[in-house]
Design a protein around this ligand. Structure first.
Ligand SMILES: C[S@@+](CC[C@H](N)C(=O)[O-])C[C@H]1O[C@@H](n2cnc3c(N)ncnc32)[C@H](O)[C@@H]1O
Length: 289
């Protein structure tokens, strides 16, 4: 755990349940809804036992999930070593990040999540496994990527099963959009990898377009898995999450399932509901001089 960061010169007051509860944050749409923050039982116990060691204590700005723009995370100080840093955005209950940290002790992991009970669950798992290479932060992801993490400091960025925001009027609240690709590009080192997964075909197509439209990324599986091999063709055949059109996906670009991603309860539910899982892998290109 790093030392307490310097108190910002003129911090705005923290406003629990502020704009974020209404879907905006300084007029920007946010990708989450506020859910309960109260902890009980084993989660409260895990928080009490492990928060000091594993929760990154960030100074806040406009809300209790915001990050003060002056605060910069120092991974070397935090972990006490230099190692590749993997960041998972929207880590939920921590199943994926904790399993990966256990499997790969040579890397450091940062779980970013706004949902406090999810983070408490992550702490519980960290404690059960005695891991030292994971930290968690309760914060709005775009702020973590926009200012908290130093530019080029991340080797892998994971966004697995972000909230789909189905209705067209809510699409602006989706996390993965052009502006998010800019933030992802900011934190990833050249050659770094952005991994994405979703169980919603419409969002999968949006993700594929975001990657294709960004000058900072190359789809590592461009043109692969078209036609009968494409998960999109499968989704269009099944009609599990969209109208069954029987069309063929001629674009492809889908990655094989990322073997470092364990099957979370969330993904399991999606698969049980018959939805197809989409993986995408984007490689951070070197900056254009
Ligand atoms: C659908 S869940 C998926 C959780 C996990 N990745 C999994 O696969 O089980 C999406 C998660 O993203 C979190 N989330 C949504 N918007 C976020 C944001 N702006 N910053 C941090 N976390 C966010 C939600 O709280 C939720 O836990």
């Amino acid at each position: 755990m790093s030392e307490q960061p310097p108190t910002p010169a003129s911090p705005n007051p923290v406003t629990p349940g502020s704009q974020a509860s209404f879907g905006t944050y300084r007029r920007q749409p946010v990708s989450f809804v506020r859910r309960g923050t109260r902890l009980q039982g084993r989660r409260q116990q895990a928080w009490d036992e492990h928060a000091d060691a594993f929760v990154v204590d960030v100074p806040r700005h406009v809300a209790d999930t915001s990050v003060h723009p002056d605060y910069v995370f120092d991974a070397e100080e935090e972990f006490g070593r230099t190692a590749p840093l993997v960041v998972e955005i929207g880590s939920g209950l921590g199943e994926a990040v904790v399993a990966a940290a256990e499997a790969d002790p040579g890397k450091d992991f940062l779980a970013v999540e706004v949902y406090r009970p999810g983070l408490a669950n992550t702490l519980l798992r960290i404690g059960q496994r005695g891991l030292t290479n994971v930290r968690v932060v309760q914060a709005n992801a775009p702020e973590v990527l926009g200012s908290m993490l130093p530019a080029g400091s991340v080797s892998e960025l994971w966004v697995f099963f972000p909230d789909p925001w189905h209705k067209a009027k809510h699409h602006k609240r989706r996390m993965v959009k052009d502006s998010f690709a800019e933030l992802a590009a900011r934190v990833l080192a050249p050659g770094g990898v952005w991994r994405l997964a979703t169980d919603w075909s419409g969002y999968a197509q949006q993700m594929r377009e975001v990657v294709a439209g960004s000058e900072h990324f190359r789809n590592a599986h461009d043109g692969e898995r078209t036609g009968a091999e494409s998960p999109l063709t499968a989704a269009w055949a099944s009609g599990a999450d969209c109208e069954a059109t029987g069309e063929q996906d001629t674009v492809g670009g889908w990655a094989p399932r990322f073997e470092g991603r364990v099957l979370t309860s969330f993904e399991n539910k999606a698969a049980n509901a018959g939805r197809v899982i989409f993986d995408l892998t984007a490689e951070r290109l070197p900056a254009v001089p």
